[in-house]
Write a protein that binds this ligand. Structure first.
Ligand code: SF4
Ligand code: SF4
Length: 373
């Protein structure tokens, strides 16, 4: 398995590490060992048999949020975000990855990789709508589990923008999550099986719209890379908002956070800024590190499960690294459009809103539910 990654891992092993300063994980953990080049070189040593494939090797493979920031600074065109996650397949197969074991157990228990009863959460938190239409909303598991009002906000904001009622796709007992956690745990076969079920589940309902940048990326890019044909049109909510009608509803002036999966991975930068500018009547403020160079909130690729303290520190660093970003810009809040980013930045104590809530002009920050559900 690791032999297939040799070109990428050996490139980092012999490189002067041009990207080492941007990794949210090594910056949060303050460890040279978790810089992109050293993690990749370690995987290379495991491939060559110079290091064992054990829990320590798995820990380094999981010390990555998949943010892709390192690739922006790599003059050799290397992509540790993808390679480090692909390497996890070897750790899962050798049964040395506690995270893969945990995700498998959740899958066994609930039929989806989160371990939650997504059918019950959907009934409780998502408005009732037809299951087919021109636009069909797919909430994604992070929104369902962690943000009780997120689905209602999203449906209301999309309907306000397009001017009519939309449809909603409910989860079933066997398919409710796009499968990103399976991919991030290195459970490749389970990911493919879940992806096939999801494509069947979503197919023929209409254009899929999701507020979760990770779901949008998984369905449009990862399914294809895994050889799963997905004849689906998938839009992120920001793309719908950018084409719709938004009135100025808010006196806030926001700082826009680019989710890694929306920006670097899907190339969507202008649409959310356009929507936010309409809702607030002025261009949003920018972080020092923005667009392609944006810093990660620390929430991707199961890193919060691998190192909760490191993930929280990454979120703190995003908003208060070289400078307090709200104070520097004079912004009243952070706005983003990814449930994972919203949860992470919220955990760091920041006043953070989803783009849907900003479009609706809601003044209060959305509640989070951090329990086991
Ligand atoms: S990602 Fe590129 S710059 Fe970073 S260590 Fe690897 S080869 Fe070097
Ligand atoms: S993808 Fe992000 S977290 Fe992973 S090694 Fe690169 S910079 Fe670090």
């Amino acid at each position: 398995m690791l032999e297939a990654l040799a070109e990428s891992t050996s490139l980092c092993a012999g490189c002067p590490k041009m990207c080492r300063h941007v990794c949210p994980v090594s910056n949060a953990e303050r460890r040279e060992t978790t810089t992109p080049g050293v993690k990749m070189a370690s995987v290379d040593l495991v491939r060559l048999g110079a290091l064992p494939l054990d829990e320590h090797a798995a820990e380094l493979m999981h010390a990555c949020t998949g943010c892709g920031a390192c690739a922006e600074f790599c003059l050799l065109g290397n992509e540790p975000a993808i390679t480090l996650v692909q390497a996890r397949e070897a750790a899962a197969a050798a049964d040395v990855s506690p995270i893969a074991r945990d995700v498998k157990e959740r899958m066994r228990r609930s039929g989806n990789p989160t371990g939650s009863d997504l059918v019950a959460l959907h009934k409780e938190r998502v408005p009732v709508r037809p299951e087919r239409g021109d636009l069909v909303y797919f909430p994604g598991c992070t929104a369902l589990r962690r943000l009780p009002e997120h689905a209602r906000d999203t449906v209301a904001a999309v309907e306000q923008c397009v001017g009519h009622e939309i449809a909603v796709v409910p989860p079933s007992e066997h398919v409710g999550c796009c499968g990103y956690p399976l991919w991030a745990a290195g459970l490749t076969e389970e990911f493919r099986t879940n992806a096939r079920r999801m494509v069947t589940h979503l197919g023929g309902r209409g254009t899929v719209v999701t507020s979760d940048a990770g779901c949008a990326w998984t369905i449009t890019k990862l399914y294809a890379e895994a050889g799963i044909r997905a004849p689906l049109q998938v839009l992120h909510t920001s793309q719908v908002f950018a084409q719709g009608r938004i009135s100025k509803t808010s006196a806030e002036h926001s700082l826009w956070h680019d989710p890694c999966h929306l920006g670097r991975h899907l190339g969507i930068y202008d649409e959310p800024r356009r929507a936010l500018a309409q809702a607030e009547g002025a261009e949003p403020h920018e972080f020092v590190w923005n667009r392609e160079k944006s810093e990660c909130c620390g929430g991707g690729a199961l890193y919060p499960r691998a190192n909760p303290a490191g993930a929280l520190e990454a979120a703190h660093r995003r908003v208060n690294n070289e400078t307090d970003e709200l104070m520097r810009t004079g912004a009243t809040r952070v706005v983003t459009s990814c449930p994972t980013c919203e949860v992470q930045l919220g955990r760091a104590g920041v006043r953070v809103f989803d783009l849907s809530r900003a479009v609706l002009g809601t003044a209060e920050q959305a509640p989070r539910s951090e329990g086991k559900r």
